[in-house]
Design a protein around this ligand. Structure first.
Ligand code: CO8
Length: 261
Protein backbone atom coordinates (compact mmCIF):
# COMPACT_ATOMS: atom_id res chain seq x y z
CA UNK A 1 0.00 0.00 0.00
CA UNK A 2 1.32 3.34 -1.10
CA UNK A 3 1.06 6.43 1.07
CA UNK A 4 0.00 9.38 -1.04
CA UNK A 5 0.24 13.05 -0.16
CA UNK A 6 -2.43 14.47 -2.48
CA UNK A 7 -5.00 11.70 -2.64
CA UNK A 8 -6.47 8.87 -0.65
CA UNK A 9 -7.34 5.44 -1.95
CA UNK A 10 -9.88 2.93 -0.70
CA UNK A 11 -11.97 -0.06 -1.73
CA UNK A 12 -15.44 1.11 -0.60
CA UNK A 13 -17.33 -1.71 -2.34
CA UNK A 14 -16.29 -5.18 -3.49
CA UNK A 15 -14.19 -4.78 -6.62
CA UNK A 16 -14.34 -0.96 -6.61
CA UNK A 17 -11.19 1.14 -6.22
CA UNK A 18 -11.76 4.74 -5.20
CA UNK A 19 -9.22 7.54 -5.58
CA UNK A 20 -10.16 10.77 -3.79
CA UNK A 21 -8.21 13.90 -4.68
CA UNK A 22 -7.15 15.49 -1.41
CA UNK A 23 -5.41 18.83 -1.73
CA UNK A 24 -8.03 20.92 0.05
CA UNK A 25 -5.93 24.07 0.51
CA UNK A 26 -5.78 24.50 -3.28
CA UNK A 27 -9.26 23.15 -4.15
CA UNK A 28 -7.53 20.05 -5.56
CA UNK A 29 -5.54 22.07 -8.12
CA UNK A 30 -3.79 19.52 -10.32
CA UNK A 31 -0.10 20.04 -9.73
CA UNK A 32 2.50 17.84 -11.42
CA UNK A 33 3.14 15.86 -8.19
CA UNK A 34 -0.60 15.29 -7.76
CA UNK A 35 -0.94 13.97 -11.31
CA UNK A 36 2.10 11.72 -10.76
CA UNK A 37 0.42 10.24 -7.68
CA UNK A 38 -2.89 9.84 -9.49
CA UNK A 39 -1.16 7.97 -12.31
CA UNK A 40 0.49 5.65 -9.76
CA UNK A 41 -2.77 5.02 -7.90
CA UNK A 42 -4.74 4.32 -11.08
CA UNK A 43 -2.02 2.00 -12.40
CA UNK A 44 -2.09 0.09 -9.10
CA UNK A 45 -5.88 -0.35 -9.33
CA UNK A 46 -5.53 -1.38 -12.96
CA UNK A 47 -2.96 -4.03 -12.01
CA UNK A 48 -4.94 -5.37 -9.05
CA UNK A 49 -6.92 -8.51 -10.02
CA UNK A 50 -9.51 -7.84 -7.31
CA UNK A 51 -10.44 -4.40 -8.68
CA UNK A 52 -12.96 -4.28 -11.53
CA UNK A 53 -13.75 -0.56 -11.76
CA UNK A 54 -12.51 2.77 -10.46
CA UNK A 55 -14.24 5.85 -9.03
CA UNK A 56 -12.34 9.14 -9.16
CA UNK A 57 -13.68 11.91 -6.97
CA UNK A 58 -12.75 15.03 -5.01
CA UNK A 59 -14.40 16.80 -2.09
CA UNK A 60 -17.95 18.19 -1.87
CA UNK A 61 -16.40 21.63 -2.59
CA UNK A 62 -14.08 20.73 -5.45
CA UNK A 63 -13.47 17.87 -7.83
CA UNK A 64 -10.52 19.95 -9.07
CA UNK A 65 -10.28 23.72 -9.66
CA UNK A 66 -7.89 23.29 -12.57
CA UNK A 67 -4.26 22.86 -13.34
CA UNK A 68 -2.07 24.49 -10.69
CA UNK A 69 -1.99 28.15 -11.75
CA UNK A 70 0.84 28.93 -9.32
CA UNK A 71 2.96 26.21 -10.93
CA UNK A 72 2.13 27.36 -14.47
CA UNK A 73 2.46 31.11 -13.94
CA UNK A 74 6.28 31.29 -14.41
CA UNK A 75 6.55 28.45 -16.95
CA UNK A 76 8.31 29.31 -20.22
CA UNK A 77 7.60 27.83 -23.63
CA UNK A 78 10.96 26.03 -23.60
CA UNK A 79 10.29 24.44 -20.23
CA UNK A 80 6.75 23.40 -21.18
CA UNK A 81 7.94 22.01 -24.50
CA UNK A 82 11.08 20.21 -23.38
CA UNK A 83 9.45 18.62 -20.32
CA UNK A 84 6.24 17.75 -22.22
CA UNK A 85 4.22 19.60 -19.60
CA UNK A 86 0.74 18.04 -19.20
CA UNK A 87 1.53 15.02 -21.35
CA UNK A 88 1.55 12.66 -18.35
CA UNK A 89 -2.09 13.58 -17.72
CA UNK A 90 -3.15 11.46 -20.65
CA UNK A 91 -1.76 8.26 -19.06
CA UNK A 92 -5.26 8.01 -17.69
CA UNK A 93 -6.72 7.70 -21.17
CA UNK A 94 -3.97 5.64 -22.77
CA UNK A 95 -2.88 3.10 -20.20
CA UNK A 96 -5.79 2.35 -17.85
CA UNK A 97 -7.97 -0.52 -19.08
CA UNK A 98 -10.54 -0.60 -16.29
CA UNK A 99 -13.43 1.88 -16.46
CA UNK A 100 -13.03 5.11 -14.50
CA UNK A 101 -16.14 6.90 -13.31
CA UNK A 102 -15.66 10.55 -12.32
CA UNK A 103 -17.93 11.60 -9.42
CA UNK A 104 -17.95 15.40 -9.61
CA UNK A 105 -19.10 17.75 -6.84
CA UNK A 106 -18.20 21.42 -6.59
CA UNK A 107 -15.64 22.92 -8.97
CA UNK A 108 -14.48 21.09 -12.08
CA UNK A 109 -12.72 23.92 -13.86
CA UNK A 110 -10.05 24.02 -16.54
CA UNK A 111 -7.88 20.96 -16.10
CA UNK A 112 -10.44 19.68 -13.57
CA UNK A 113 -13.15 19.69 -16.22
CA UNK A 114 -10.70 18.06 -18.63
CA UNK A 115 -9.83 15.40 -16.07
CA UNK A 116 -13.52 14.55 -15.72
CA UNK A 117 -13.87 14.43 -19.52
CA UNK A 118 -10.91 12.01 -19.72
CA UNK A 119 -12.78 9.56 -17.50
CA UNK A 120 -15.04 6.96 -19.09
CA UNK A 121 -18.20 8.26 -17.42
CA UNK A 122 -19.18 11.33 -15.42
CA UNK A 123 -21.73 11.54 -12.61
CA UNK A 124 -22.19 14.89 -10.86
CA UNK A 125 -24.24 16.91 -8.42
CA UNK A 126 -26.83 19.35 -9.78
CA UNK A 127 -24.88 22.31 -8.40
CA UNK A 128 -21.44 21.17 -9.56
CA UNK A 129 -19.59 23.94 -11.41
CA UNK A 130 -17.96 22.97 -14.69
CA UNK A 131 -16.07 25.29 -17.00
CA UNK A 132 -13.08 25.95 -19.20
CA UNK A 133 -12.03 29.40 -17.89
CA UNK A 134 -8.50 29.31 -19.35
CA UNK A 135 -9.33 32.21 -21.67
CA UNK A 136 -9.56 34.45 -18.60
CA UNK A 137 -5.95 33.55 -17.79
CA UNK A 138 -4.69 34.35 -21.27
CA UNK A 139 -4.48 30.74 -22.39
CA UNK A 140 -6.59 27.85 -23.70
CA UNK A 141 -7.53 24.34 -22.54
CA UNK A 142 -4.42 22.17 -22.72
CA UNK A 143 -5.50 18.73 -21.54
CA UNK A 144 -7.97 17.83 -24.26
CA UNK A 145 -10.80 20.22 -23.35
CA UNK A 146 -11.23 21.74 -26.78
CA UNK A 147 -11.52 18.27 -28.28
CA UNK A 148 -13.43 16.24 -25.68
CA UNK A 149 -15.84 18.99 -24.63
CA UNK A 150 -16.63 19.65 -28.29
CA UNK A 151 -17.33 15.97 -28.92
CA UNK A 152 -19.53 15.87 -25.80
CA UNK A 153 -21.62 19.03 -26.25
CA UNK A 154 -21.17 19.93 -29.92
CA UNK A 155 -19.29 22.79 -31.54
CA UNK A 156 -21.77 25.60 -30.88
CA UNK A 157 -21.82 25.15 -27.10
CA UNK A 158 -18.15 24.25 -26.79
CA UNK A 159 -17.13 27.33 -28.73
CA UNK A 160 -19.27 29.54 -26.52
CA UNK A 161 -17.98 27.93 -23.31
CA UNK A 162 -14.31 28.03 -24.29
CA UNK A 163 -14.39 31.56 -25.74
CA UNK A 164 -16.30 33.11 -22.84
CA UNK A 165 -14.97 30.96 -19.98
CA UNK A 166 -18.53 30.82 -18.65
CA UNK A 167 -19.27 28.15 -16.07
CA UNK A 168 -22.00 25.55 -16.52
CA UNK A 169 -23.86 23.62 -13.85
CA UNK A 170 -24.10 19.91 -13.17
CA UNK A 171 -27.71 20.05 -14.33
CA UNK A 172 -26.54 21.48 -17.66
CA UNK A 173 -23.68 18.98 -17.84
CA UNK A 174 -26.21 16.18 -17.66
CA UNK A 175 -28.59 17.83 -20.12
CA UNK A 176 -25.79 18.43 -22.64
CA UNK A 177 -24.28 14.97 -22.43
CA UNK A 178 -21.12 15.63 -20.38
CA UNK A 179 -22.55 13.71 -17.42
CA UNK A 180 -24.55 10.50 -17.56
CA UNK A 181 -26.43 11.17 -14.33
CA UNK A 182 -27.03 14.02 -11.91
CA UNK A 183 -27.72 13.85 -8.15
CA UNK A 184 -29.11 16.31 -5.59
CA UNK A 185 -26.32 15.96 -3.01
CA UNK A 186 -22.70 14.80 -2.74
CA UNK A 187 -23.75 11.87 -0.55
CA UNK A 188 -26.34 10.73 -3.09
CA UNK A 189 -23.75 11.15 -5.85
CA UNK A 190 -21.31 8.87 -4.06
CA UNK A 191 -23.99 6.24 -3.37
CA UNK A 192 -24.97 6.31 -7.06
CA UNK A 193 -21.40 6.27 -8.36
CA UNK A 194 -20.34 3.40 -6.11
CA UNK A 195 -23.46 1.39 -7.00
CA UNK A 196 -22.71 1.72 -10.72
CA UNK A 197 -19.04 0.93 -10.17
CA UNK A 198 -20.00 -2.15 -8.15
CA UNK A 199 -22.34 -3.32 -10.92
CA UNK A 200 -19.51 -2.99 -13.45
CA UNK A 201 -17.05 -4.74 -11.12
CA UNK A 202 -19.49 -7.66 -10.95
CA UNK A 203 -19.04 -8.46 -14.64
CA UNK A 204 -16.21 -10.24 -16.43
CA UNK A 205 -13.18 -7.95 -16.47
CA UNK A 206 -12.32 -9.16 -19.96
CA UNK A 207 -15.70 -8.08 -21.32
CA UNK A 208 -15.71 -4.82 -19.33
CA UNK A 209 -12.27 -3.80 -20.62
CA UNK A 210 -13.26 -4.68 -24.18
CA UNK A 211 -16.48 -2.67 -23.86
CA UNK A 212 -14.60 0.37 -22.56
CA UNK A 213 -12.05 0.04 -25.35
CA UNK A 214 -14.56 -0.11 -28.18
CA UNK A 215 -16.73 2.76 -26.88
CA UNK A 216 -13.65 4.96 -26.54
CA UNK A 217 -12.59 4.01 -30.07
CA UNK A 218 -15.78 5.63 -31.31
CA UNK A 219 -14.26 8.99 -30.35
CA UNK A 220 -11.24 8.43 -32.61
CA UNK A 221 -12.47 6.46 -35.60
CA UNK A 222 -14.84 7.08 -38.46
CA UNK A 223 -18.08 5.07 -38.14
CA UNK A 224 -17.17 2.38 -40.67
CA UNK A 225 -13.73 1.80 -39.11
CA UNK A 226 -15.25 1.83 -35.64
CA UNK A 227 -17.90 -0.75 -36.49
CA UNK A 228 -15.23 -2.97 -38.02
CA UNK A 229 -13.03 -2.53 -34.95
CA UNK A 230 -15.93 -3.43 -32.68
CA UNK A 231 -16.65 -6.58 -34.70
CA UNK A 232 -13.01 -7.73 -34.43
CA UNK A 233 -13.03 -7.27 -30.66
CA UNK A 234 -16.46 -8.94 -30.46
CA UNK A 235 -15.14 -11.94 -32.42
CA UNK A 236 -12.06 -12.12 -30.19
CA UNK A 237 -14.23 -12.46 -27.09
CA UNK A 238 -15.35 -15.89 -28.32
CA UNK A 239 -11.82 -16.84 -27.30
CA UNK A 240 -12.47 -15.90 -23.68
CA UNK A 241 -13.56 -18.34 -20.98
CA UNK A 242 -16.04 -15.82 -19.60
CA UNK A 243 -18.05 -15.70 -22.84
CA UNK A 244 -18.56 -19.47 -22.55
CA UNK A 245 -19.38 -19.14 -18.85
CA UNK A 246 -21.79 -16.24 -19.38
CA UNK A 247 -23.78 -17.82 -22.19
CA UNK A 248 -23.83 -21.29 -20.60
CA UNK A 249 -25.14 -19.76 -17.35
CA UNK A 250 -27.90 -17.99 -19.28
CA UNK A 251 -28.97 -21.16 -21.04
CA UNK A 252 -28.91 -23.15 -17.76
CA UNK A 253 -30.62 -20.35 -15.81
CA UNK A 254 -27.62 -20.11 -13.43
CA UNK A 255 -25.65 -17.14 -12.14
CA UNK A 256 -22.30 -16.88 -13.97
CA UNK A 257 -19.11 -17.24 -11.94
CA UNK A 258 -16.63 -15.09 -13.83
CA UNK A 259 -12.99 -16.16 -14.11
CA UNK A 260 -11.72 -12.99 -15.78
CA UNK A 261 -10.16 -15.30 -18.36
N1 CO8 B 1 -4.37 26.55 -9.13
C1 CO8 B 1 -3.73 26.87 -7.99
N2 CO8 B 1 -4.36 27.23 -6.87
C2 CO8 B 1 -5.71 27.32 -6.91
C3 CO8 B 1 -6.44 27.01 -8.07
C4 CO8 B 1 -5.71 26.60 -9.23
N3 CO8 B 1 -6.33 26.26 -10.37
N4 CO8 B 1 -7.75 27.18 -7.81
C5 CO8 B 1 -7.83 27.57 -6.53
N5 CO8 B 1 -6.60 27.66 -5.98
C6 CO8 B 1 -6.24 28.06 -4.62
C7 CO8 B 1 -6.38 29.55 -4.44
O1 CO8 B 1 -5.24 30.21 -4.93
C8 CO8 B 1 -6.55 29.64 -2.95
O2 CO8 B 1 -5.28 29.50 -2.35
P1 CO8 B 1 -4.74 30.62 -1.29
O3 CO8 B 1 -5.71 30.50 -0.14
O4 CO8 B 1 -3.36 30.16 -0.99
O5 CO8 B 1 -4.86 31.93 -1.99
C9 CO8 B 1 -7.33 28.39 -2.59
O6 CO8 B 1 -7.16 27.50 -3.70
C10 CO8 B 1 -8.81 28.66 -2.43
O7 CO8 B 1 -9.25 29.32 -3.59
P2 CO8 B 1 -10.14 30.67 -3.53
O8 CO8 B 1 -9.79 31.46 -2.31
O9 CO8 B 1 -10.00 31.35 -4.86
O10 CO8 B 1 -11.60 30.04 -3.34
P3 CO8 B 1 -12.99 30.67 -3.77
O11 CO8 B 1 -14.02 29.78 -3.16
O12 CO8 B 1 -13.02 32.13 -3.48
O13 CO8 B 1 -13.04 30.53 -5.38
C11 CO8 B 1 -12.75 29.36 -7.50
C12 CO8 B 1 -13.10 29.26 -5.98
C13 CO8 B 1 -13.84 30.13 -8.22
C14 CO8 B 1 -12.68 27.95 -8.00
C15 CO8 B 1 -11.40 30.07 -7.66
O14 CO8 B 1 -10.44 29.46 -6.81
C16 CO8 B 1 -10.86 30.01 -9.07
O15 CO8 B 1 -11.30 30.75 -9.94
N6 CO8 B 1 -9.85 29.14 -9.31
C17 CO8 B 1 -9.19 29.03 -10.58
C18 CO8 B 1 -10.07 28.35 -11.59
C19 CO8 B 1 -9.37 28.29 -12.93
O16 CO8 B 1 -9.14 29.30 -13.57
N7 CO8 B 1 -9.04 27.08 -13.36
C20 CO8 B 1 -8.41 26.88 -14.61
C21 CO8 B 1 -6.94 26.85 -14.41
S1 CO8 B 1 -6.07 26.81 -15.96
C22 CO8 B 1 -6.08 25.22 -16.42
O17 CO8 B 1 -6.60 24.37 -15.76
C23 CO8 B 1 -5.39 24.96 -17.69
C24 CO8 B 1 -5.42 23.52 -18.02
C25 CO8 B 1 -4.40 23.32 -19.04
C26 CO8 B 1 -4.15 21.93 -19.30
C27 CO8 B 1 -3.63 21.21 -18.18
C28 CO8 B 1 -2.38 21.80 -17.66
C29 CO8 B 1 -1.76 21.02 -16.52
Amino acid sequence: IHAYQYLTISEPRPGVGQATLNRPMALNALSTPLIAELNLALAAFDASPSIGSIVLTGSPKAFAAGADIKEMAPLTFSQAYTTSFIESWSHLTTSIKKPILAAVSGYALGGGCELALMCDMVYCTADATFGQPEIKLGTIPGAGGSQRLTRAVGKARAMELILTGKFFSGTEAEKWGVAARVFATHDELMVGALATAETIAGYSQVAVMAAKEVVNKSQDLALRDGVEYERRVFHSLFGSKDQKIGMKAFVEKQKPEWTNE
